[in-house]
Design a binder for this molecule. Sequence first.
Ligand code: AMP
Ligand code: DBH
Length: 541
Amino acid sequence: MLAHCTLWPEELAAHYRAQGYWRGETFSDVLDERIQRYGEKLAIVSDTRRWTYQDLGAEVERLAAGFYALGIGPNDRVVVQLPNCAELFSVIFALFRLGALPIFALPAHRKFEIGHFCQHAQAIAYVIADQHAGFDYRNLAREVKASAPSLQHVLVLGEPGEYRSLKHLPRLESDLPPPPRPADVAFLQLSGGSTGTPKLIPRTHDDYLYSIRASADICQLTSDSVYLSVIPAGHNFTLSSPGSLGTLYAGGTVVMCAHPSPDVALTLIAQERVTITALVPPLVPVWLDAIESLKPDLRSLKVLQVGGARFNSEMARRVTQELDVTLQQVFGMAEGLVNYTRLDDPIDVILHSQGRPISPDDEIRIVDEEDQPVAAGEIGHLQTRGPYTIHGYYKAEEHNARAFTRDGFYRTGDMVRQTPEGNLVVEGRAKDQINRGGEKISAEEVEHQLLAHANVIDCAIVAMPDAYLGEKSCAFVIRKNDTVRGIDLIRFLRECGLATYKIPDRIEFMTQFPQTGVGKTSKKHLRLEIEARLAGARMNP
Ligand code: AMP
Ligand code: DBH
């Protein structure tokens, strides 16, 4: 069993097993069974591949043997940073078979994030594509290797340069190791986070397979379903809600969209007869406009999921009026809890709520600042515990003591209220995070980097309203002297190797920060300040 992980207390685990949520299956068991049952059926379509379940199985076998021959085995951590492509699945299922743990990096991550994952998890391998969307990941690997002594292998999809190609792995002379157990951690998922360093989320075969199976049921997936993966495939939403893994669970077909532009995605929907796909809110108006002008054939599309960030009801209404699909709102988190509006919910529920939990055993508490339940229907902090919500981040004891209650509820940091029918409405956020159209930014993480600049005395990063993304990030900075400009700070952050989406969209200088009653920087006032400055700029352009 992987060290440094707090999993479920035995009593709860026994309950989840008794209820049939945890079925004692691993990802490898599921894949083997699906190959038996659906061998010749199309499993994954990407730019360059059309793999049947059998093809996928053969690739998984080849990679598992090759990885093991290289020395990658049970409990080894492997950072996987691939664009949306078929090979993402052969790589992760091969690692699952070995009991090695993928860490799902996003394609946007750079030296800062990848270096941190490698160091924190002592990763021994890093899997990349040669290049994608104009970026060469082999250059990134070079930088990361310099700061991550644990890293022994860089494995490349495409032209490997000085590294090893995924195509040419050594031959295995021995047997594979025994497969992992269902209660073992299967991989480390990423949290958007609200702390100085990104946190890793240990998910087990048992718990994740339950969330996938139940999600596939809620979304009525069958072996005829065709899922289009538009947003990055390693993100928890696209991976598991029900996402690509839910689709493979149901014996359906996953179509990988390598570039999220609507014309590519809409063409794929028509060509592959896609039945369900998932978007973050900012993509919705872009798609609606593209649909109006391109008039693609969308007759196959039955369900459009939207989640990851606040989705406004007016845009939701536009979807239901302009498209012949069922809209589904999804409010989830990589730590576990996922809420869905159900496909047969009344339209008001679909337009105005973020749905309800997957499981009858998802426990929800809505509490005030003192952890006391608020009155029914009032807004409060959402805490949750359940059969697929973690009890602790990986190697983060100190943070865990704050992020979880003593009885094991996860403090989500979301402010919600519950309607009389039990649906949740996300009203805001207490955590120090910016949700930039579904991409989460921990303010503290970026502030740490900015504070390292010699000319920065203090800084505070807050969300500012944005018509397209919902929120963008604004850094307020107190500088030593005015020789440093906003552009210099942006350049500095880029050089730190932060993912681009974390670079502040705007830098504002101040000579002192507004304070709370206890003398801390008041981010509430800074948010009002940037709103006022933006409004002023609009009035006096
Ligand atoms: P993470 O913990 O990084 O996986 O991010 C999950 C967070 O994204 C949640 O705790 C919410 O703050 C936010 N989120 C996800 N889905 C929605 C949604 N439908 N509406 C509002 N916020 C959402
Ligand atoms: O934002 C998320 O993290 C998210 C959104 C929808 C998620 O993890 C999920 C569904 O599973």
